[in-house]
Ligand binder design. Structure first.
Ligand code: NOJ
Length: 711
């Protein structure tokens, strides 16, 4: 087995010759402001307005700031998206947010951020429009796959590492979509009603971590929050972002999410982007200029807007002479030159793709596939290549062949896509016979191919994307019947599902389904990552980032078609709902098996500082099997009852490589970030007094050891 921590070693240390290496550290905000101010001081009102009013789709970037004066300040390029460079060639199409989150591995989050940052920088892009960090509220949500799953703490860690990774390469990260943008249905017209405690503890939590990590930009979302559009919402843009969280970067509107000029500017919007959904195409610039002249927006506020935008550029040292020129695409020979930026990023994608695979079931140790396997059946279109061009649907909006990404503005053009069949074929070698059918509807053929194979791998998927929520949680393309047909025919059936989120599993109790693998959306190296796990080169350690329920009704939040709707589950998002209501899911948050087993010693908690606070917990994890593996111990905290929190909250996790038979020490530290709740009346984060319990285990339900401490 390859120790999974090695993933971290495959980060390239130097960019290829075509890319100028990133300059070391970022500038402090203070220094960036000094530079920005000295430039903005020289600008006319019209020039400042141009820096705060975007143009869309005019160049190779999905958005630009408008020209000021080349000698004063350049035009900035803003480009999607959260998983890599959109609409570009010679780039890497890697793991989606929801899938890298399955690694529960900070190093994997960071490595992904770093390589994405390198690619954006290599293409001369100033601002990456990602990561997307909103926790998953409802499994039907079209865009949940762009972000990191249902838990705000996990999303917060992933956000922090991703932002730091991206910005280490001098590219501005944009955390989005702020805030309450958790469904596609009526996304530009509906108002979500969220109480202040829930807003802070659930939906803001990852944003707070992203801002702590230095995110240069925050994108306000399409929807209204409590009756006010997110891009003209003074409470969220100024009171929370700037006053509470100390955000010093720029707020940028989602494309067309600006609904007013004066209100937006005064509320705290710094950069409006076009594709209008309010007035005329150029109205923001025209109106803002006039509003400043009329005194309806103070000139100082305009200067502040321009300064904030400019400061992001200086903070990331994009004024350095070696920051590359824009060269995103090159399909048109007259346009920008070819700039390959992939370096060895495919290796990172392959390794983290394997580390992300969740093993949901493995009866009779049917996996990993050993030397006795001579005949493998592969069934289902999801196991094979796209019958046409891998990129033949605009923004990925079709489900043909294996699914490795969702669709919408968050996609990346595949340079290639290793299908499961290709990955399995190259891992299996010449002595294994592989038969296959990609016909999802010919059940007789599926059974026929499967019946005398040593193992039958049946593939199914469920896609989702931007603009529309899922109609149901069922598998696409006859997946349920196909799985059943294969399981009826072969007693060693392995189900593999590529899905953007949870699916229903009506076939789960079939006795012949011996193993289930959940690789998520692994990107271009899909088949190789999967084969690494199937054949035991990598011992699986991925964990579910959301709850897979028995029934659709079991989930706390469904898509609303109402013009205004309340987040009435309040703090009970995801597994917290299931625990509070005592609903047993099929597979719980944090669940995932390994080819080995682990024991946990008793956890010991000590309070090092009551005031700050600082609490430490230590334990040992022992690999009790006979293969090396990685375990993901997860620390959940139960707050004192008086705090009114859900039964328990994830507040720590680690990925620990443990050799067969050996033990490793694990420790967690909890401070204010982990131990406080939002006090609505005092308007601050407070640490409740009383008895806390720390639970450490292998999933949200599989708690192995607990201890108490008092604050
Ligand atoms: C709309 C999407 O919501 C956002 O995520 C994206 O960055 C912009 N379009 C630009 O494409």
């Amino acid at each position: 087995m390859v120790p999974l921590k090695q993933v971290a070693l495959f980060i390239s240390c130097a960019a290829l010759g075509v890319q100028a290496a990133a300059s070391s550290d970022q500038l402090s905000w203070d220094k960036a402001y000094v530079k920005a101010k000295s430039v903005v001081d020289q600008m006319s009102i019209e020039q400042m307005v141009n820096l705060t009013t975007g143009a869309g789709w005019g160049s190779q970037c999905v958005g630009n700031t408008r020209p000021v004066d080349d000698d004063l300040f350049p035009v900035l390029c803003l480009q999607d998206g959260p998983i890599g460079v959109r609409l570009a060639n010679n780039v890497t199409a890697g793991l989606s947010g929801i899938t890298v989150a399955q690694t529960f591995d900070k190093a994997a989050f960071r490595d992904r951020g770093v390589y994405m940052g390198k690619e954006f920088r290599g293409k001369g892009i100033n601002v990456q429009l990602g990561p997307c960090i909103d926790p998953m509220r409802s499994p039907w949500a079209g865009r949940l796959w762009e972000a990191f799953g249902e838990d705000p703490y996990l999303a917060g860690v992933a956000t922090s590492e991703t932002v730091q990774g991206i910005q280490s390469q001098d590219v501005a990260a944009t955390i989005k979509h702020y805030i309450g943008n958790n469904q596609e249905t009526n996304r530009t017209t509906s108002s979500v009603v969220i109480d202040d405690r829930t807003l802070h503890e659930v939906w803001l939590y990852p944003y707070a971590r992203g801002i702590e990590a230095g995110s240069a930009m925050v994108m306000c979302s399409y929807n209204m929050l409590n009756g006010t559009y997110a891009c003209e919402n003074e409470y969220t843009l100024t009171t929370i972002l700037r006053d509470e969280l100390g955000f010093q970067g720029a707020t940028v509107a989602d494309w067309g999410a600006t609904h007013s000029t004066i209100d937006s500017a005064n509320a705290g919007l710094d950069l409006s982007m076009p594709v209008r959904i309010y007035e005329g195409e150029d109205d923001f610039a025209k109106n803002l200029t006039q509003a400043v002249k009329d005194g309806k927006v103070k000139k100082e506020r305009l200067a502040e807007m321009a300064t904030r935008v400019a400061a992001t550029y200086y903070k990331l040292k994009q004024d350095a002479s070696d920051f590359p020129d824009g060269a995103i695409n090159s399909t048109d020979p007259d346009s920008a030159p070819v700039v390959p930026v992939q370096d060895d990023h495919a290796k990172i994608v392959r390794d983290s793709g394997a580390a992300a695979v969740v093993l949901l079931r493995n009866e009779d140790n049917v996996l990993p596939l050993g030397d006795s396997i001579q005949k493998i059946a592969i069934v289902g279109s999801d196991g094979g290549p796209n019958p046409g061009d891998i990129n033949n649907c605009t923004d990925g909006a079709c489900d043909q062949g294996t699914l490795a990404m969702g669709y919408g503005s968050g996609v990346v053009t595949f340079p290639y896509l290793i299908s499961p069949k290709e990955g399995i074929e190259s891992a299996a070698g010449d002595n294994v016979e592989i038969t296959y059918t990609y016909d999802d509807y010919d059940l007789d053929k599926a059974a026929d191919i499967s019946k005398d194979a040593d193992v039958a791998l049946v593939f199914a998927n469920a896609i989702a994307g931007e603009g529309v929520d899922r109609a149901n949680l069922s598998l696409w393309h006859n997946g349920d019947d196909l799985i059943k047909a294969v399981a009826d025919a072969n007693e060693n059936t392995v189900v593999v599902i590529h899905a953007t989120g949870p699916v229903l599993m009506p076939w789960l109790d079939h006795p012949n389904i011996k193993a289930i693998l959940w690789p998520g959306l692994p990107g271009q190296e899909s088949g190789n990552s999967l084969a690494d796990v199937l054949f035991g080169k990598v011992n699986p350690s991925g964990r579910l980032t959301y709850t897979i329920a028995k029934n659709e009704e079991d989930y706390s939040a469904h898509i609303s078609k109402e013009a205004e709707f309340e987040y009435d589950e309040k703090l009970l998002v995801g597994y917290k709902w299931f625990e509070a209501k005592d609903i047993k899911p099929l597979f719980e948050f944090g669940f995932g098996l390994s080819y080995t087993t682990f024991d946990y010693s008793d956890v010991k908690a000590s309070v090092d500082d009551k005031e700050q606070p600082k609490v430490k917990a230590t334990l040992q994890v022992q690999n009790t099997g006979d293969v090396d593996g990685a375990e993901i111990p997860q620390a959940y905290i139960s707050f004192p009852e008086s705090a009114g929190e859900p039964p328990k909250l994830l507040r720590g996790f680690d990925k620990v490589d443990v050799k067969a038979g050996k033990k490793e020490n694990v420790s967690f530290e909890f401070g204010k970030t982990e131990l406080s709740i939002w006090d609505v009346s005092q308007r601050e984060w407070i640490v409740p007094s009383g008895e806390y319990t720390i639970h450490v285990g292998a999933s949200s339900s599989d708690i192995r050891t607990s201890a108490t401490f008092t604050l």
